[in-house]
Design a protein around this ligand. Structure first.
Ligand SMILES: [Zn+2]
Length: 366
């Protein structure tokens, strides 16, 4: 006799999300009063005029250290709701205050850099490590097309990094499974892999629209970020189908250079490196990044090839030092030849960098 167990997992597409125009202007009409706005110093002067006398206060994010945020949280004025307005850091700090004060949260991403708006937990720093702390489900996430388009195009386009990396992550998960090195909490699950690939395909379909930052492109990228936030939670805080060697490379490069990078840009480089090591259609990955307009030359991130190549070659050491999940970085060393080949292909795709040296570091955008 065969017993068939019906699948019980329902696919939730994530937090309530509203697309539209002039959405910030409406917030004071329905958000619980008085409200706290959590945003960035460079954004506030442009958006301040939308808020009224029910503003309890504005918090300009200057730290994502847990100890510091706890201190700042205790000093906040009384408030009945939190509005997060900005990129990843502002949305994460808003989430943190909503959690600590148990208040309703309304999130307004001003760029599509990461999936921060769609995660239950915050990505903060504590004692030198990244921690996924807290819990907040926003009443809604408001995605204002015109507001998003005021961000520099690269910020929005780079949001594809967190979706394209499913390409390498899903292969890493299978490698870990085959090598007997998968985490016992998250055994390889083909259904999750298929879902991640479906999200990846949907975004690849829209790469030209994402490059244009059109309404269609904004909707497509947001949908994939929203799915990832929900899937991470539903799969038991499992990111094996979402990110792998691509994100490990980011950590390794940040560790080595002491610099923060625009997330999707460095993830793009990590995904290409991972695809090369996995023999997993690296030329296709490079073409996706080119079409989306995400320049992954090290100089475009404010570093040089020396730094990028060194981080690649130290990746195998770093992933064990940081005790990261098993990926291709554990099974295939990055040789001089591999770095040389990567440099040649990236240069052939994006051109040689002009002689005046790397661009200014891109710290601050998360
Ligand atoms: Zn990411």
């Amino acid at each position: 006799m065969t017993v068939t167990v019906a699948p019980t997992r329902t696919v939730d597409r994530g937090f309530p999300t509203v697309f539209g125009r002039d959405l910030v202007r409406e917030l004071p009409n329905f958000v619980h009063r008085p409200y706290l706005v959590v945003t960035m110093a460079d954004l506030w002067p442009r958006l301040e005029h939308h808020f009224d006398g029910n503003l309890a206060g504005v918090h300009l994010v200057d730290s994502i250290e847990v100890t510091e945020l706890d201190r700042q949280s205790a000093a906040l004025p009384a408030f009945s709701a939190v509005i997060g307005l900005g990129g990843g850091r502002a949305l994460d700090a808003a989430k943190f205050f909503a959690w600590r004060h148990d208040r309703p949260l309304f999130q307004v991403p001003t760029a599509l850099t990461t999936n921060a708006a769609f995660g239950h937990r915050t990505a903060l720093r504590h004692e030198g490590r990244e921690v996924g702390l807290g819990w907040a489900i926003p009443e809604a996430v408001y995605v204002d097309f015109d507001l998003v388009r005021t961000a520099p195009p690269l910020l929005n386009r780079s949001g594809v990094g967190d979706v394209l990396c499913h390409h390498t992550a899903t292969v890493d998960w299978k490698l870990a499974h085959d090598a007997g090195r998968e985490d016992r909490r998250w055994p390889y699950d083909e259904r999750l892999v298929a879902e991640a690939r479906e999200q990846l395909d949907a975004v690849v379909e829209c790469l030209d629209e994402i490059h244009e930052v059109s309404d269609t492109g904004i909707r497509a990228l947001t949908a994939a970020h929203r799915w990832a936030g929900a899937s991470f939670h539903e799969a038991g805080w499992n990111a094996c189908h979402l990110d792998g060697v691509d994100h490990a490379f980011q950590d390794a490069l940040e560790y080595q250079t002491g610099t923060h990078f625009l997330h999707g840009q460095v993830i793009g480089l990590g995904t290409y490196l991972g695809a090369v090591l996995q023999d997993n259609q690296p030329e296709l990955v490079l073409d996706w990044l080119r079409r989306a307009g995400v320049d992954i030359r090290p100089e475009a991130m404010g570093i040089d090839w020396e730094a990028a190549g060194t981080a690649m070659q130290r990746l195998a050491w770093y992933v064990r030092h940081a005790d990261l999940p098993y990926t291709i970085a554990d099974s295939r060393p990055v040789t001089d030849d591999i770095v040389g080949g990567i440099r040649d292909r990236i240069t052939a795709t994006f051109g040689a960098w002009p002689d005046e040296g790397p661009a200014a570091p891109r710290g601050g955008f998360v």
